[in-house]
Design a protein around this ligand. Structure first.
Ligand code: DHB
Ligand code: FE
Length: 281
């Protein structure tokens, strides 16, 4: 049966992709940020995933405001990125795992999550940048991928409670897949940031640190916040923490922290990384 080795939460700021393209990893602004990732890579070299289920939000590349699914699951043989206007280069294509995608889809629908299924799906910076952070360089990606998108862009958004339950259902779906595969679940975005309006540049370190703590020990505590409160506390884009909460839900109750770090700011965003090993049976 498939086994969830653990989860990784990380920021997905587009300027990180440009720093990678320009080879700026050792520049003074970037070095402390990029230095957060070698410990994550070392863990994944020991406990190698075959498949990554990556939970993120699309920012208008694959879904625009005219059609915005609350939850969408990729079922393509291959995924590519495309020009989003940030100047990011096109990266090598990602190989999908349609058989596993369809198992997840069947299981999620049976679990009463009425998702959108995508046999074609462009993936944006929220998918690509975290993959580049974990697997740098330009060799073929060493994992197959299944993108899962949550609407954190156009209100009404799914609640924190719903996203945690969605993550738990993703966990059940992965663990019930009959193939012997190691699976890593990723959640991207956040932490606190707001890109527009009178609060542009807003960051809330105290709330981010509370989120990092609760994500590890008591994710259910974050479901006590309404989305209105989450926007107030973490900014209108900080609510991308919903993707982390879904990732955490997939891991089961017992987790052990492999690595956790917080570094602000990257562009307008409080950046963080959290790697958790799943101890669930
Ligand atoms: C930034 C952050 C994001 O989450 C995003 O999707 C785009 C830009 C930023 O801080 O620049
Ligand atoms: Fe974002």
């Amino acid at each position: 049966m498939a086994r969830i080795i653990g989860g990784v939460g990380t920021t997905h700021v587009p300027s990180i992709g440009n720093a990678i393209a320009k080879g700026l990893q050792n520049a003074p602004y970037w070095k402390p940020f990029f230095d957060m990732f070698p410990p994550v890579r070392q863990w994944l070299e020991r406990d190698r995933p075959d498949v990554v289920v990556l939970i993120y939000n699309d920012h208008g590349l694959n879904f625009f405001l005219d059609k915005m699914p609350t939850f969408a699951v990729g079922a393509a043989t291959e995924y590519r990125n495309a020009d989003e206007g940030w100047g990011l280069p096109l990266v090598r294509p990602f190989q999908g795992d349609p058989a596993m995608s369809w198992h997840l889809i069947e299981s999620l629908v049976a679990d009463e999550f009425d998702i959108v299924t995508c046999q074609e799906m462009l993936v944006d910076h929220a998918f690509v940048v975290p993959m580049q952070l974990v697997w740098p360089g330009d060799k073929a990606w060493p994992v197959r991928v299944i993108p899962i998108s949550i609407n954190t862009v156009q209100h009404p958004l799914p609640s924190a409670a719903r996203c945690l339950k969605f993550g738990q259902a993703i966990g059940r779906a992965i663990r019930s897949y009959e193939k012997d595969l190691n699976v890593l679940v990723m959640g991207t975005g956040g932490l606190s940031h707001q890109l527009d309006g009178t609060r542009a540049g807003f960051i809330n370190k105290a709330f981010d640190q509370l989120c990092l703590d609760k994500l590890v020990r008591q994710p259910g505590a974050l479901t006590g916040y309404s989305n209105h409160e989450l926007v107030e506390l973490s900014g209108s884009q900080g609510i991308e923490v919903l993707n982390w909460l879904a990732m955490r839900g997939a891991l089961g109750d017992a987790v052990e922290t492999i690595y956790s770090n917080y570094h602000i700011p990257i562009s307008n965003t409080a950046s963080a990384v959290l790697a958790l090993e799943s101890k669930a049976a």
